[in-house]
Design a protein around this ligand. Sequence first.
Ligand code: SF4
Ligand code: SF4
Length: 404
Amino acid sequence: MQTNLAEFIKNTEQGREADRILRTCVHCGFCNATCPTFQLLGDELDGPRGRIYLIKQVLEGDQPTRKTQLHLDRCLTCINCETTCPSGVEYGKLVDIGRELVDERVERGLFERIQRRALRLVMPYPRRFTPLLRLGQLARPLLPRVLKTKVPPRVAATAWPSTAHKRIMLILEGCVQPAIDPAINAATARVLDRLEISVIRAQGAGCCGALSHHLTAPEEAKVFMRRNIDAWWPHIEAGAEAIVMTASGCGSVVKEYGRILKDDPDYGEKAAKVSELTKDLSEILRDEDISRLKPQKSRRVAFHPPCTLQHGQRVQGVVESILSELGFELAPVTDSHLCCGSAGTYSILQPRLAQQLLNGKLENLQKGEPELIATANIGCLAHLQTKAKVPVVHWVELLDTGRG
Ligand code: SF4
Ligand code: SF4
């Protein structure tokens, strides 16, 4: 694609990156075929090719409008289009640049500004988010059905193993996951303990920065990233061999720390090391002898691979082969490449589209009559749980004795 970037951006780092990406797009439109919002809305501007065109116009100096912003807001950032694109267009990086430029030039309405600000002020901070969630859970029995489904039932915390092993790995606790389902990381610690690996939670680590990053607050996101690097660094120096991610949404962002902070003189190198050490739990277990994790009871499971795992991190089919190897029966799932509609804060900011995607996803997941649905990201888990007819769990819980 030919480009002619405007003066204001031409000679900037952002401009050079956007230009490089735009030039790789040959406008073939293959990506539209797998784009969930294009499938639902049928509008060229709600597909990747149209969005790329909108971003190009802004980079070339056109004034964006509320309509431009809306088409970019409707994008799930699921990156399905990147997996499909034969030219390797890095749509995810481009849409981040496009959203930042558009948000600088188009003011949002008051409600949207309050909503987005509130999300940024509450969700990344467990000390704010957890009490609010607990209040909602207390009031849950009194809530009307439609609201009740939005508040996940309380999940009890479970014990962490106390054995110390030679092999040590860090784990990201994150922000919302410990409040919604504290049992996931505890189950991971127990599973890794059986493989003689100790899992530690570094004091001071927290939100990975994804929420701020996707709500066009890149500097705020970097504050979270630097804080995590500071918390992990002494453990890395002491020999921690990996940083385990149990939420694929967080994993896809932590794997990008190196790129995002590459020009930071104090954090660039450390960020690159952190990204190198970051692994989804499935990548860890893939390389271990997991025969001793075989459960006593096999179950029929429908697995939902989150977009951040299969498209963002390009970890495809790994959880499925681990589950099969351990004797689980995998129910067939049509269109498993499609997003469930959770997508970070998307289900809150774009509820109508998110519900349409959820309905389609659950129909496909439940068609094969599974006993359980398993996934690998807390956002997807909580979203699927709102309407699923069978229990929804994190897949590690199936490997953990006593659960699943
Ligand atoms: S992003 Fe890729 S698939 Fe989509 S129009 Fe451009 S080259 Fe074609
Ligand atoms: S990221 Fe997902 S929703 Fe956005 S354009 Fe690509 S395929 Fe469509």
